[in-house]
Design a protein around this ligand. Sequence first.
Ligand SMILES: *[C@@H]1O[C@H](CO)[C@@H](O)[C@H](O)[C@H]1NC(C)=O
Length: 331
Amino acid sequence: MAHVRAFTLGVLLLAAAATCNAAKTACPSRTGYQVFADMHYGTTSALSTFSSMAAAESSCQSASSCVSFSSLGETVSGTVTLTASIGVCVYIKGICPVKSGYTAYNHTTMLLVRSDETISGSHAAGAEVACTANRNCPGFSVSASGSSGGTFFATQGKIKSLSFQYGQCTYLKNNLEGYTCAPKYGYTNMYHTSAEGAEGAYGSVSGDMPGGAANAEMACKVNPKCTAWSTDGKVQIGGVRKLNTEQYGTCTYLKDPCPPMAGFTAYPDFTDATTAYSFQDKTLCVADTYTRCFNDATCQGFDMLRKFWTSKPNPTSRQFGMCTYVRASGY
Ligand SMILES: *[C@@H]1O[C@H](CO)[C@@H](O)[C@H](O)[C@H]1NC(C)=O
């Protein structure tokens, strides 16, 4: 079905326990919402449960008091708190107006490498003006409730990380990549880290792209053998030998070892050695394996050996290089 390919994917934001072989869910994006992958509600009083994700979504869409729905078929009005939960996608209504030259991250605050590098603090407009005027300002963060409270600040130094904060908007400048370390879909974000390649061994190369970060990102995206790229313009083909931390001003993005498949949780280096699969079709290419499983409501998962499961696979046996995909509830 054509609509499968029309999925665009939301930005993964919370890299809380980021390791490059952690299980990750590719949450299909929804217009007007920001998606938080592998997260679920913390303690929240105003939660309603529906029979399906679609029912929760349409209820949330039509109720102005609803601020969020989840892939488990729940809605929340009031404030949202989040806690890590593999396989769950939380959609929260966007609250941050678009500002040119910046990307808006809803319900997000930023931590700074040096907290004394804030340049403006009293109101939203001041923070934006100060940041736009300062070429060392990678971003500003303002309370969406405007003058009624919250925090407002811009920075003239590097950003350490982003984290969830309900009601806060963080704006990252689009052309200061080494300072913002903005989240990238399909990659694990290594803030202020540079990468060294394995230098010839195992067919590895490490090269500088003329044109810097943007070209390195593009070169890595289109090359399946690329394992990482950095905002200093480096692209890694093959193994990354070493990651150097505390390299302020350089961000490295490690390509997720299993390509994201919308609506599924990817388990790198794990297989299910016990649950019986229903069939195997070795002739399929990867994209067709995904489409076949996604479009069959009885299919609950598949792996790179083109095995298909009708009950949810439980990938708990180590197998290096394997990717096992488990359908996320609700999709
Ligand atoms: C934040 O919300 C706005 C709309 O309210 C949306 O346009 C934007 O894409 C959202 N940002 C992200 C990173 O999802």
